[in-house]
Design a protein around this ligand. Structure first.
Ligand SMILES: Cc1cc2nc3c(=O)[nH]c(=O)nc-3n(C[C@H](O)[C@H](O)[C@H](O)COP(=O)(O)O)c2cc1C
Length: 208
């Protein structure tokens, strides 16, 4: 039986993307820890950002900030902050991106949301600033992972690190705070473990 997504006219606006694209983004995409030696051109990092930035955020606030570590010197600065299980894979990855949030993201709202004064909605409301920044930078990290996959890159997201060490080393002025980090490159699929199960629709979702 056809899935609902397969019954729509493939040429219509709003039609699903191809099965191959779905495989690349989801079904065959995996979290990688072992990397082939091909380098990642800086232009591809920029392209991934330019796709990811189009994903929706509340009030278009776009609080995520991206610091790409591409050299052994930059990676060595990160190493002391990593949990032991994340050291080898991160040092071996061609690129590691620190995905942070800007604690002053609302200062850019006059540019990003010009049709209303959203800046003053945030000023002085620290809990709202923190919640909005964390929620939306997490979303933007996910958009970035999918954008990278769409461009043929593989990702290895990680939260196993000491955020105060990362912040002290890379964001010492206190303006940006790290959310998660993500290795990028071309994964060695031969070194993957079998995919772990996911929850069935009935276990994780409901339709009211
Ligand atoms: C936010 C986040 C944090 C993660 N932290 C770590 C980590 O610190 N170390 C690690 O080896 N894997 C980490 N992972 C990888 C997950 O275990 C992996 O994505 C999950 O098991 C799904 O694997 P799959 O994409 O191959 O199916 C993290 C993933 C995410 C999204």
């Amino acid at each position: 039986m056809k899935k609902p997504s397969e019954t729509r006219n493939a040429n219509a606006v709003g039609a699903p993307i191809s099965d191959e694209a779905l495989d690349q983004l989801f079904r065959e995409a995996r979290t990688h820890s072992a990397w082939r030696s091909e380098p990642v051109p800086a232009g591809l990092l920029r392209e991934a950002y330019e796709l990811a930035r189009l994903g929706p955020t509340s009030a278009n606030a776009s609080p995520a900030r991206f610091l790409f570590l591409t050299t052994p010197v930059a990676k060595a600065r990160l190493k002391p902050a990593l949990m032991p299980l994340n050291v080898e894979k991160t040092m071996a990855a061609p690129v590691t991106v620190l995905i942070a949030w800007d604690t002053e993201f609302h200062e850019k709202l006059p540019k990003l949301f010009p049709h209303a004064d959203m800046r003053s909605f945030f000023v002085g409301n620290q809990p709202l600033i923190d919640e909005t920044a964390f929620r939306n930078s997490s979303l933007q990290a996910a958009y970035f992972i999918l954008a990278a996959r769409a461009l043929g890159l593989d990702c290895g997201p990680m939260s196993g690190f000491d955020s105060s060490k990362v912040n002290a080393e890379f964001f010492s002025d206190g303006k940006w705070k790290v959310n998660l980090i993500c290795n990028l490159g071309y994964g060695d699929t031969a070194k993957l473990f079998p995919r772990s199960p996911r929850l069935e629709f009935e276990e994780a979702a409901a339709i009211l």
